[in-house]
Design a protein around this ligand. Structure first.
Ligand SMILES: [Fe+2]
Length: 371
């Protein structure tokens, strides 16, 4: 049922050399200065035949093997990263952005005709669901297995985390003296009417609840989520807006991803919201991940693997820093603003299990009346 596709792929070093040799002389005639094209707003890209035509029109003299198409649910700062990849390898990138479930459905619908070589997500559960749908390829890469910790890639090596995203408790520095230090503590009646949460439809919420189920079981997870709902939260479908709501006094505490604070502190070093690392006496803060995978029907699987290997190595720092995330490779230092968030215990063992627990998480959210 869970159809996996295994391909033996060339090492990226060899492939990179071939591509550079093949299309290095074509650089001047490419229609794109950077070799990177955002095709998100191109209306006909869902039609594979039209996409092929677009590719030919967009880079008519480039070797076809020197272009890859990426569907990415992770948007922030991605274009300069792709530009650097193209500069380093000569492989051109066409990319489409969208949300993780939409891009997965699109890949399933396109089947063997998909133009996508790589899919990238902003959530672990969504990439695991893509794996379960048979639309990802297992890859055999010593670079990836040597760089990405085992906890941050799938058992079948059909997806790889490229960065970690911690979802934590955030709190007003002006109005809160003793913020909760566990996810259960967010449901304390003390926070009645003072809590902001992301809606139940969002993957971040679903994966957070999946992590509660993994840690404590469905019954206890249901109690915890029910206690949040009983605090009459203000639901806001943007983590940036959640941070601003805490800063402006619409709520005192919330649950949000840390990297948004990195962005906000860049604009205002005195932004009046702080991170509280949850579950530091137990499993650690809930960790979600940005991931990448070669698609099962990739027209250019060698180019796809070359991108993912580059993002895990030469491009690892730039990829993580572009969005103030924690690098997947523990040997790569986070951005200095991120280092300033402090040391913490991370719940890494749950990452691989988030997908399997996502359906139950959706049930728990529905049963508790979480909006
Ligand atoms: Fe985000």
């Amino acid at each position: 049922m869970n159809q996996k596709h295994t391909r033996q792929l060339l090492g990226s070093l060899l492939f990179g050399a071939l591509v550079l040799g093949a299309c290095g002389s074509d650089d001047d005639t490419s229609s794109s200065d950077t070799g990177v094209t955002d095709i998100t707003s191109t209306p006909d890209t869902t039609d594979p035949s039209a996409t092929t035509a677009t590719t030919q029109a967009g880079s008519d003299s480039a070797d076809a093997s020197g272009t890859i198409t990426v569907y990415t649910g992770r948007h922030y700062g991605i274009e300069p990263v792709f530009e650097q990849f193209t500069a380093d390898t000569g492989i051109e990138v066409r990319f489409t952005t969208g949300n993780d479930p939409e891009l997965r459905e699109r890949l399933i619908a396109e089947g063997a005709n998909t133009p996508a070589d790589v899919v990238m997500t902003a959530d672990a559960a969504n990439i695991e669901l893509a794996a379960d749908a048979g639309i990802l390829a297992s890859v055999d890469s010593d670079i990836l297995t040597g760089t990405i910790p085992e906890e941050l890639r799938s058992e079948d090596n059909d997806w790889f985390s490229l960065s970690q995203r911690a979802r934590v408790i955030i709190s007003s520095t002006e109005r809160v003296e003793n913020p909760p230090t566990t996810y259960a503590g967010v449901g304390d009646p003390e926070w009645q009417g003072k809590l902001c949460l992301r809606p139940s439809t969002h993957p971040y919420t679903q994966s957070l609840v999946a992590s509660l189920i993994i840690a404590d079981g469905e019954a206890r997870a249901t109690e915890i989520v029910q206690s949040w709902v009983d605090n009459d939260p203000l639901y806001i479908n943007s983590d940036t807006d959640i941070y601003n709501a805490v800063a402006e006094g619409e709520c005192d505490i919330a649950i949000a991803n840390t990297y948004y604070l990195g962005r906000l502190l860049t604009e205002n070093p005195d932004f009046p919201v702080e991170i509280v690392w949850p579950e530091q006496d137990g499993r650690g803060a809930h960790i979600n991940v940005s991931t990448a995978a070669v698609t099962a029907n990739a027209p250019n699987p060698e180019g796809a693997l070359a991108l993912i290997e580059w993002l895990a190595t030469d491009g690892q720092q730039q990829f993580a820093d572009a969005n103030f995330e924690y690098p997947a490779d523990p040997n790569v230092e986070p951005n200095e603003i991120v280092v300033g968030f402090g040391e913490f215990t991370a719940d890494l063992p749950a990452v691989r299990q988030l997908g399997a627990n996502q359906p139950t998480a959706v049930e728990v959210l529905s049963a508790t009346g979480y909006e």
